[in-house]
Design a protein around this ligand. Structure first.
Ligand SMILES: Cc1cc2nc3c(=O)[nH]c(=O)nc-3n(C[C@H](O)[C@H](O)[C@H](O)COP(=O)(O)OP(=O)(O)OC[C@H]3O[C@@H](n4cnc5c(N)ncnc54)[C@H](O)[C@@H]3O)c2cc1C
Ligand code: SF4
Length: 511
């Protein structure tokens, strides 16, 4: 009699996958909490707990539907703590005749499972995870022969292909992109909607983790775990987003303000990255809400949201599969400095960084502009080695899975890919952070001061970055204006700026 073993990875919790359409007694699903996954980076405690909780909920749901499931808990005696060992053990013990898995989204796991299935003595097969709206190779095929991979062109292709916000082959309203109408600072007296949070009790998982020597970072309230851990909660969060946040999503997408950790952001990346909900259903739900309420939800808010998901999210995945494994070693600026110690504690006098890091430690979340223009901006200006930057981002965020973390971090944020993802580095002085936030007013450092006592470190590090990298950036037409300003600066002002930057870099752990 044929017996099939199907592996479900922790980020493959797609209950709509065709695997689960029929209940078949000859098929057994296996899910495992293993040390190779908890230990490949130092993860935030909420990330480990979030994955394990969602996996346990998913396994229980499958069992309720009468599917056969083997679930290996972290401290189970028979858990051999690696995919390979556990699968070999199960195949032998239960005499499986076929091993199946879905394409993993991480290069590391893809290689591991490919190698494993080639070496097994039984038949094996692999299938799609049925989540994304583009295939692994689609971006590579679309840009074949091109030197640059422009997200905007990919986004237009995706809108046309899936017929989303289109009128025939033209964009609805005649315009593709409404970015110009978004990105405002939050008015001083504006109180954002309080985020919908869950009160999941996860004490059992936290105590299992505490029994091991797994290293984690960050904080958790195990009686009130705020993240969605199943499809039902993910759908509730989606509902909350479209009814309470979408109407101001685009407007305040780039805004930052102290003590407000989510503003009008969706916080759906965790649910989507684990595949508890699909990108298509997220977009369709947002479009439906806009169709029902065109007077309260302006089109530019909707378009901005749709672009993040069918544009940026799918684009980053395409870049990942097109450029791995080389991508993971790229270091265009040859940066080599270590990450400041306070990235792990939040203990810095720099208000913007203190807020973004403490929030990340408390919620395992920061929104895009905090990641890009506060922590990422600082890391690039300070010449931190991209490996260290990647390790931090991969560990600290609940939604961090390599395909979307590394492309955003090494690519978009650190420009370590030399311009595959971005056309110029995302760096700024204090002026941009002040323009988009309310951090600077109460900061120890002075936003308008460039040198001397209490000068904001972003200011001198910004010019130091351009000076140091002139050979690589000097001819970039998108930055030409900055080099004109730099070249026209008085020599003594330049020297003072570079000396200030040098001082800060030498004393980086005390900033
Ligand atoms: C340095 C850096 C590291 C990042 N690391 C990750 C990561 O590990 N995992 C991750 O999912 N995202 C990452 N991002 C992208 C983005 O910041 C997060 O997807 C977003 O903050 C998640 O919060 P949200 O669901 O509230 O997003 P919203 O702001 O509400 O956006 C809606 C959705 O759009 C998608 N999206 C938006 N921007 C991007 C983007 N640049 N790339 C991919 N998807 C996007 C996400 O699925 C997100 O849920 C990173 C960005 C930067 C600059
Ligand atoms: S003054 Fe500088 S360090 Fe302080 S909050 Fe503003 S940008 Fe950040």
């Amino acid at each position: 009699m044929s017996k099939t073993l199907r592996l479900v990875l922790g980020d493959q919790l797609n209950s709509h996958h065709s695997w689960f359409k029929t209940v078949d007694d000859s098929v057994t699903y296996v899910m495992m909490e293993i040390r190779t996954e908890t230990d490949y980076a130092t993860h935030h405690i909420q990330k480990v707990v979030g994955f394990f909780s969602a996996m346990q909920e998913f396994a229980a749901e499958l069992q309720l539907q009468k599917h056969q499931v083997i679930y290996m808990h972290l401290n189970d005696d028979n858990n051999l703590q690696s995919f390979e060992k556990n699968i070999r053990y199960l195949i032998e013990k239960e005499a499986f005749t076929l091993f199946e898995y879905q394409f993993p989204d991480e290069y590391r796991l893809d290689e591991q499972l490919k190698k494993l299935s080639q070496s097994l003595a039984i038949a094996t097969s692999v299938c799609d995870s049925e989540h994304f709206m583009s295939s692994r190779d689609e971006l590579g095929d679309f840009f074949q022969g091109k030197k640059t991979f422009l997200m905007e062109s990919f986004y237009h292709m995706m809108r046309k292909k899936h017929h989303i916000l289109m009128e025939g082959d033209k964009p609805l309203t005649g315009k593709w992109n409404y970015d110009g109408e978004n990105r405002k600072k939050l008015p001083k007296d504006h109180k954002p909607t309080s985020p919908l949070v869950f009160q999941n009790k996860v004490t059992h998982i936290v105590s299992e983790i505490q029994k091991t020597d797994i290293q984690t970072i960050g904080n958790i309230d195990a009686n009130n775990f705020v993240w969605p851990i199943n499809r039902k909660q993910s759908l509730a969060l989606l509902d909350f987003f479209v009814t309470e946040c979408l109407a101001l999503f685009g407007s305040y997408q780039d805004a930052m303000t102290p003590n407000e950790w989510s503003l009008y952001h969706a916080r759906l990346s965790f649910s989507m990255n684990l595949k508890m909900i699909s990108p298509l259903e997220v977009i369709n739900r947002a479009i439906l809400e806009w169709e029902k309420n065109p007077d309260t939800i302006a089109y530019h808010q909707l378009e901005g949201f749709v672009r993040q998901i069918i544009g940026w999210r799918e684009y980053m995945r395409g870049i990942y599969w097109n450029k791995m494994p080389e991508y993971a070693t790229m270091n265009y600026f040859n940066n080599g400095n270590p990450l400041p110690e306070w990235f792990w504690t939040g203990k810095t006098k720099m208000n913007c960084l203190k807020d973004a890091i403490n929030q990340s430690l408390n919620y395992a979340y920061a929104h895009h502009i905090q990641r890009l223009m506060v922590t990422g901006n600082f890391a690039l200006l300070a010449g931190i080695h991209p490996d260290e930057v990647d390790a931090w981002y991969l560990g600290i965020y609940i939604d961090a899975i390599e395909w979307v973390e590394i492309t955003n971090t090494r690519g978009m944020s650190q420009f370590a890919d030399g311009g595959i993802v971005g056309t110029k580095p995302y760096v700024s002085s204090a002026a941009y952070i002040d323009k988009m936030s309310h951090y600077c007013g109460s900061c120890f450092y002075k936003k308008a001061v460039k040198t001397g006592d209490k000068a904001c470190p972003f200011n001198s590090l910004y010019w130091n970055f351009y000076d140091k990298n002139e050979d690589k950036l000097g001819k970039n037409p998108r930055i030409g204006m900055m080099y004109n300003v730099w070249r026209k600066m008085k020599p003594e002002d330049k020297v003072a700026l570079l000396e200030q930057a040098d001082y800060y870099l030498k004393n980086i752990n005390n900033l």
